[in-house]
Design a protein around this ligand. Structure first.
Ligand code: DGJ
Length: 723
């Protein structure tokens, strides 16, 4: 038994002859050059800066990329082919690994090539093992480079794939790696280290990317930052297990590679079956910001991208937790509406038996003991107050203490006689089981039909560990992930205006597989603005800001117990999908007025956030964080300067305002959306008082002195194009 993963891509009509066996894709400032007739199978000889389309130059580039024979080596020095294996002489990590009746030696050669506009499809085959491979290469409009590999078993015996991954060569002088690790409440902590010889491997075996996943594995010139320094990076657009690696070999080649991590048995291909890698996407830039903009631009160009203004959202979790009470929630809704909230989301705790996190998951019926009239009175109240209604669900999970688990224990993923280790007292439903799928899909459709729900917060609070099923305990992560995608696609199709948030104990399922089917992510359960700075910075490398949930916290942060000001919290939440996670019924009138001002400012700039460029300043005093949002036409920018600690110098050294047009003038000034904080500065700031006009070149390179602030304060600066 095996699994058909995705449909095998169709090879387009061959358009040959290719100039001297070289494919050149170029778009959006990026070129990809492939030598298709190399001995090592097709080889990417260049990925990066856009090149002129001069055939002789490209042919010479390809010829020049072959390697000399070296002492102690093979007679032909192998290079990193697109499906490199030992049978080519390649001694690094192979692009494909597996075994079947005909052995495990794999060597593919090109049999057909299709090139059309910005896409190329290469068909390869290994006649001896009875496999074909299709390599798809695509350059998006912003220069984002996509690769996908499909392997088909055309033999008469089973073949077991153990790994399949797409490789992206990077320049030899990319000797530093930046990536992230993390945990619940602290996703995406950056780590920077040398890209030395050998393999640096990052894997997820959690059945979801995980809080520790690096969304991007980036390699660049030493010291590269956000503003400058050439850097390349890749992302695997998949919500199950995955692996990414950076490898440097002694022939001088360095590359990034990624694909799905196949658990034992997941890659068994029966005769005629095929398996594809997810799309693996590569971007590059002079600095991480440029690299990230290619992702953002491409994502924003998709037809299904959420385009209407992002509604300011209030989520009830930290306001009431499991304590659902109609009176309290309607009061909360009233205050939310009064400060300008546009979407009210009822979090965990509304369904049968869910009084805490020990029971109820799976029983997706409104609990009549808590909600005797169903959710109708609340939903109607929310609508009457002019807001949309959203609802929390966690459809892939089940508590053993639930009617569902008692009735259908066979629907729980269970690889052996005992249940797998539990997490938050819950287990995972086998969504690939047709009846389990039908039940969950049925409940979701029923809820969406009964109530005018415009938004689902789709949670996922347990890793898929030891997630097998059936008498053979077969690993099910791959199939579960496909079933999840199917369910999301079907829901979206049946309810076209429905928006979905991907939440997984905060930001443990952030990837472009799920984000192709959902409208935003919950970035982290940690609402502490100081902690959020790094989390949001590195999440935004991949995710467009308008798809990142960023909420105001209550004054005492629940997860860190730090007391923070509203202004700090708001300034840090501004450049994303703005919202509130706070029991507003406990606030006084003055606080509500300030919240309303921030909400109004967030609405003023949300178009800028949804279409502009996210930028970060490098090289500031370590006590300061500088980030901003620059309009697509660069006519306006808003920056937030956050004082994390005291600065080394006082007054603080200049900060640069990145991303502006060097050739136009800007009027720069400080604005105070939520009212002014106490100012420790002994005199006014000259450039602010005089409403200075400076050109983008000066602002981005020399910069200006930020105000003296107390730690945990933030200042908002506006730069506006002026004649
Ligand atoms: C984890 C999420 O990240 C939280 O925001 C909240 O929805 C809880 N689950 C509810 O159980």
């Amino acid at each position: 038994m095996s699994t058909e993963i995705t449909q095998a891509p169709v090879v387009r009509p061959t358009i040959l002859p290719l100039t001297d066996g070289v494919i050149h894709l170029r778009r959006g400032g990026t070129s990809v050059v492939v030598d298709v007739h190399a001995l090592d199978g097709p080889v990417i000889v260049h990925w990066g800066v856009e090149l002129d389309d001069v055939p002789e130059q490209l042919a010479s580039l390809a010829a020049g990329a072959t390697l000399q024979r070296i002492s102690g080596g093979l007679d032909e020095t192998a290079r990193l082919g697109m499906l490199a294996t030992p049978a080519h002489g390649w001694l690094g990590t192979p692009g494909i690994d597996g075994h079947g009746e005909r052995g495990s030696s794999l060597r593919f050669s090109v049999t057909d090539i299709g090139v059309e506009d910005h896409e190329a499809t290469l068909l390869l085959s290994d006649v001896e093992t009875g496999l074909t491979a299709t390599l798809e290469l695509r350059l998006g409009a912003s220069g984002l480079f996509h690769q996908r590999i499909t392997v088909r078993n055309v033999s008469e015996d089973d073949f077991t794939l153990t790994s399949l991954q797409a490789a992206f060569p990077v320049p030899w002088d990319a000797t530093e790696l930046v990536e992230t690790t993390g945990r619940h409440l602290r996703e995406r902590s950056a780590q920077r280290h040398g890209f030395t010889f050998g393999t640096h491997l990052r894997e997820s075996r959690r059945g979801r990317p995980g809080a520790d996943a690096t969304l991007l594995l980036t390699a660049g010139r030493p010291g590269f930052g956000f503003e400058r320094g050439r850097v390349h990076g890749i992302h695997v657009a998949w919500s199950g297990n995955h692996r990414v690696m950076a490898e440097r070999v002694t022939t001088g080649e360095a590359f990034l590679a990624g694909g799905e991590l196949l658990l034992p048995g997941e890659g068994v291909l029966a005769p005629g079956e095929s398996m594809s890698t997810p799309w693996v996407m590569g971007s590059w830039g002079d600095g991480l910001s440029e690299l990230s903009h290619r992702f953002h631009d491409e994502w924003r160009a998709r037809p299904q991208h959420p385009r209407r203004p992002r509604p300011v959202t209030l989520n009830t979790w930290e306001a009431v937790y499991f304590d659902h009470d109609l009176g309290k929630l309607t009061e909360l809704a009233d205050v939310a509406a009064s400060v300008g909230v546009e979407r009210f989301v009822l979090d965990d705790g509304w369904f049968n038996g869910r009084r805490d996190d020990t029971a109820g998951l799976g029983d997706w019926f409104v609990d009549e003991q808590v909600w005797p009239e169903g959710l109708h009175p609340l939903v109607e109240h929310v609508h009457a107050a002019g807001m949309e209604f959203g609802l929390w669900v966690e459809p892939e999970m089940v508590n053993p203490d639930s009617d569902l688990a008692r009735k259908h224990p066979e629907w729980i993923l269970q690889a052996r006689q005992d249940l797998p280790p539990s997490g938050r007292l819950q287990q995972v439903l086998n969504l690939a089981h047709p009846n389990a799928y039908a039940f969950i899909a049925g409940r979701l459709h029923a809820l969406l039909e009964e109530y005018p729900i415009s938004y689902l917060k789709w949670d996922h609070n347990r890793d898929l560990v030891d997630a097998g099923s059936g008498p053979g305990g077969r690993n099910m992560v791959h199939n579960h992930t496909l079933a999840l995608y199917r369910l999301l696609d079907e829901l979206k199709q049946a309810h076209p205006t429905l928006e979905i948030e991907s939440c997984a104990s905060g930001g443990a399922r952030v990837d472009l597989g799920i984000l192709d089917r959902t409208d935003r992510i919950w970035t982290s359960d940690c609402l502490d603005p100081l902690e959020r700075l790094e989390n949001q910075k590195y999440t935004s490398l991949l995710v467009p800001p308008e798809m990142m949930g960023m909420h105001l916290t209550s004054p005492v942060v629940h997860s860190t117990r730090r007391t923070v000001s509203l202004n700090l919290s708001a300034a840090v939440a501004l450049f994303g999908h703005f919202g509130i996670e706070w029991d507003l019924t406990q606030t006084d009138h003055t606080t509500r007025a300030s919240i309303a001002e921030w909400v109004s400012f967030a609405k003023d700039i949300r178009d800028l956030v949804a279409t502009g460029r996210t930028v970060f300043g490098d090289g500031t005093d370590p006590g300061l964080d500088v980030r901003g949002m620059v309009a697509a036409d660069k006519s306006r920018a808003i920056y937030a300067v956050t004082q994390i600690t005291t600065t080394i110098t006082s007054p603080p050294a200049p900060i640069t305002l990145p991303g502006l047009n060097p050739h136009i003038n800007y009027r720069v000034r400080i604005i105070h959306p939520g009212g002014q904080d106490p100012q420790p500065g002994q005199s006014p700031l000259a450039w602010d008082r005089q409403e200075s006009v400076l050109n983008g070149h000066i602002l981005s390179t020399i910069g200006l002195r930020p105000p003296v602030q107390y730690p945990q304060q933030a200042t908002i600066i506006e730069a506006l194009h002026t004649i």
